[in-house]
Design a binder for this molecule. Structure first.
Ligand SMILES: [Zn+2]
Length: 336
């Protein structure tokens, strides 16, 4: 396996492993691809704004899917496109608003993988805020075939995000009810590192998610069901992972295969004589069947709250069987 990234790896890292609270990155990705196809090296802020606006006009005309998950809100881009379509603002005004309001976050933050701001910083473009964007050879060097593939991936990703946001929106009230139940019984975050020796005993020295070995100074305790939903640090929900896997997974939903793996891990603890097994019995039940059911119920609750916002984009995604992901982790670990 090659241990360094090429430009298309970096691009995929941004598109597939970005943190996406809205679809802005996808809009910018398609805008950039368009300029690469025109072999533009320097793009004025106005050109960029107009092209970005066009992406959203086209996108919202075809599906009119939500561009973020909260039904009580609209993204800046949805508001601008709506105002334009209602005739409340002219096209020039719309472009100005895009340049003033929409780019504050996305243009500076696009070149990020997960939360890592260093690895792809300035890799594809530089900016003079409010004036120009300069495309680099790393971007201009993609050939037509590569561009077609990258664009296809961005479009697919955009659709996935919209689908997840749409489910979030229809389940919004139910999701709030579930959040409140967990909040009621929740407690503030405890010190987790004291669980490491115990958990290592049931997991070995490999990351729960990607299966790569964990260096001794990079073992993190991760909540499989995100803490921001379940609001507790119960041992049955804790696993060990790389710091970067922890960050990349973030508050996303894992696929059911990881829930099966977690259930099996917990049953290993139950089969041992470790005193902490009583904690699991108290939290989830005294029989394996009951424990499995209860854990699955928590998983379904979390799914309702987070929508189909799966890590890696799909329920079946498994970083351990994704060579690109394993390479990403190796590169991130080596760059620390
Ligand atoms: Zn890992």
């Amino acid at each position: 396996m090659k241990q360094s990234f090429d430009d298309s790896d970096y691009w995929k890292g941004i598109i597939l492993f970005g943190l996406n609270a809205a679809t802005y990155k996808m809009g910018l990705a398609r805008t950039l691809i368009k300029f690469v196809r025109q072999s533009k090296q320097q793009v004025s802020w106005d050109e960029l704004s107009a092209a970005y606006l066009n992406q959203y006009i086209e996108r919202l005309a075809t599906g009119n899917m939500p561009q973020q998950g909260n039904p009580t809100r609209l993204t800046v881009m949805e508001r601008i496109v709506t105002q334009l379509q209602l005739g409340n603002i002219t096209l020039t005004e719309a472009v100005d608003r895009v340049s003033e309001q929409a780019f504050v976050d996305v243009v500076p933050r696009f070149q990020t993988i997960g939360r890592d701001k260093n690895i792809v910083s300035g890799h594809f473009y530089d900016i003079k805020q409010g004036e120009y964007l300069y495309l680099k050879d790393s971007l201009l060097g993609f050939n037509d075939e590569q561009l077609a593939e990258l664009d296809k991936e961005v479009i697919a990703r955009w659709s996935l995000l919209e689908g997840a946001f749409s489910i979030n929106q229809t389940q919004f009230e139910l999701a709030n009810d579930i959040r409140e139940i967990y909040l009621k019984d929740g407690y503030s975050r405890r010190q987790l590192t004291n669980n490491i020796p115990f958990l290592t005993g049931y997991q070995g020295n490999v990351c729960f998610y990607c299966g790569e070995p964990m260096p001794l100074d990079d073992i993190h305790v991760d909540h499989v069901l995100p803490r921001q939903v379940v609001m507790h640090d119960e041992i049955w929900n804790l696993v060990l992972s790389h710091g970067d896997c922890n960050l990349l997974k973030s508050d996303k939903l894992v696929g059911p295969h990881f829930i099966e793996k977690l259930i099996a891990r917990n049953e290993n603890i139950m089969g041992s004589n470790h005193p902490w097994k009583h904690k699991i019995a108290t939290a989830l039940g005294v029989t394996p069947i009951r424990r499995g059911k209860n854990l699955t119920q928590h998983y379904n609750n979390v799914k309702t709250v987070l929508g189909n916002n799966y890590w890696g984009g799909a329920a079946g995604y498994n970083p351990a069987t994704d060579p690109f992901y394993r390479k990403l982790i190796t590169v991130l670990n080596n760059s620390r």
